[in-house]
Write a new protein. Structure first.
Length: 266
């Protein structure tokens, strides 16, 4: 099948998944890019549709995508450059995207080891930051990432892109802040909250055993609900004029301190 018109209903359906309401109603999202799709497939994701544009694809990539899709019995549709660029959400697309099921889990749906390392992101609004956090979580072997009071969703195409597809390899969940805190308490997982308003450095805490690390937005940080229920509050030393780091950077610094104490990554 070849789609040549940007107004084709299937192209319009892909474009519609840019809206969060549509993604949540259909429980679908878009993975764009060969690298991102490859990681999603390796994580066990089975696409509902693969859209390709040979004109935009590098040598060998088309054969790889078609072979994988055939192996999974996934429908593959070819699109003209004009039609594909209409469906694509980023500039300079590489000619492959897929419609895949979204991950919609609550924390209680997660299966955790007894010494779980969990990352909680409260109110993080930028999809790019959530995606960057997931890349750290994947690299460090974090057992789960929970979005508390999320402003964006895990299926946001920009989150998927910024995560390089690791949104499918790292167990993720979302819920309200209070529900997330209650879930941590119910599983006996102490919470370490990142905040500049403490004297304790992030290296002064024992992260061995089950632990959750919470980070908030750059503008307002963690809410009082989180800070009040945290077992420990820690800060990252700052020698300059600003008092906060990008949330993904902060998460990476603290997570890797935990990894160091726990004897290295996976």
């Amino acid at each position: 099948m070849l789609i040549t018109s940007p107004a084709n209903p299937r192209i319009k359906a892909v474009v519609g998944l840019r809206r969060r309401r549509t993604r949540e109603a259909q429980r679908r999202t878009v993975v764009e890019g060969h690298e991102e799709l490859s990681l999603a497939l390796e994580a066990g994701v089975v696409p509902e549709l693969v859209l390709v544009c040979p004109e935009l694809m590098a040598g060998g990539v088309l054969d790889d995508v078609l072979a994988r899709a055939e192996g999974l019995a996934v429908e593959t549709v070819e699109a003209s450059r004009a039609a594909f660029e209409k469906a694509a959400y980023r500039e300079g697309p590489d000619g492959v995207l897929a419609v895949v099921p979204t991950t919609q889990r609550r924390p209680q749906d997660l299966a955790l080891p007894s010494d779980a390392l969990v990352l909680v992101c409260e109110g993080v609004e930028k999809p790019g930051n959530l995606g960057a956090v997931l890349r750290t979580a994947d690299a460090a072997g974090v057992d789960a990432v929970v979005a508390a009071d999320p402003v964006t969703d895990w299926g946001n195409p920009n989150t998927v892109r910024a995560s390089k597809g690791t949104v499918f390899s790292v167990p993720v969940a979302a819920d309200g802040t209070t529900a997330t805190l209650d879930w941590l308490d119910g599983h006996g997982i102490p919470l370490v909250a990142a905040t500049p308003d403490t004297d304790a450095l992030h290296t002064s805490v024992d992260y061995r055993g089950p632990v959750a690390i919470a980070v908030g937005t750059e503008k307002t940080g963690l809410t009082e609900r989180v800070l009040e229920r945290a077992a420990r509050r820690v800060r990252i030393p700052m020698a300059g004029r600003v008092n906060s780091l990008n949330v993904a950077t902060s998460a990476a610094i603290i997570v890797y301190e935990a990894v160091r104490q726990r004897g290295g990554g996976r």
